[in-house]
Design a protein around this ligand. Structure first.
Ligand code: FMN
Length: 166
């Protein structure tokens, strides 16, 4: 509970490198996510190359924090491995959230930047990362050691809860 309640989007990062072991832990967390029919239709692209990171905000205006992030992970869905129609998006969202929570527990900062289904963004990411046509980039996570602190969000709202029927 402490980890979930303290997670916030972090968009300012120090210059300290995230280690390869930490990246492996984040990916272990991602692949521990639930998925429909246990299809695990996810693929992960790790980006550390500055030139690539700097190109993304050119077509994704809400990803400017990438210029100071240590690395990015792009969570992609393999639409050919999907369980029924469309569940792969939810599977990738679950994997994304696991990465955010794992990052928080490791003392790292992260922010989820949405890609799919924005048709002005995700095809450009597909092209930049040379993804095969069935591999759809769903989210991008900017990561690094945090250079800002945020209080827990306190969003609990009883009005959102409905018992038995609406
Ligand atoms: C699907 C999705 C897309 C998001 N896209 C962006 C984004 O493009 N850029 C960004 O800075 N934050 C993005 N966010 C982060 C939200 O702005 C953030 O989660 C929200 O404001 C709540 O703040 P918190 O994460 O600190 O609790 C996204 C979050 C989700 C779940």
């Amino acid at each position: 509970m402490e980890n979930i309640l303290s997670r916030r989007s972090i968009r300012k990062f120090t210059k300290t490198d995230v280690s390869d072991d930490q990246i492996t832990s984040l990916l272990k967390a991602a692949m521990s996510a639930p998925s429909a029919g246990n299809k695990q239709p996810w693929e992960f692209i790790i980006i550390k190359n500055r030139e690539t990171m700097n190109k993304i905000p050119e077509f994704h205006k809400y990803s400017k924090m990438l210029s100071i992030a240590n690395l990015a992970i792009v969570v992609c869905g393999d639409s050919t491995k999907a369980f029924k129609r469309g569940f792969w998006v939810q599977d990738c969202a679950a994997a994304t959230q696991n990465i955010l929570l794992a990052a928080n527990s490791l003392g790292l900062g992260s922010v989820w930047c949405g890609l799919y289904p924005d048709e002005e963004i995700y095809p450009q990411m597909q092209e930049l990362l040379k993804l095969p046509k069935d591999i759809i980039p769903v989210s991008l996570i900017a990561l690094g050691y945090p250079d800002e602190e945020k209080p827990p969000s306190e969003r609990f709202d009883e009005n959102k809860i409905h018992y038995e029927k609406w």
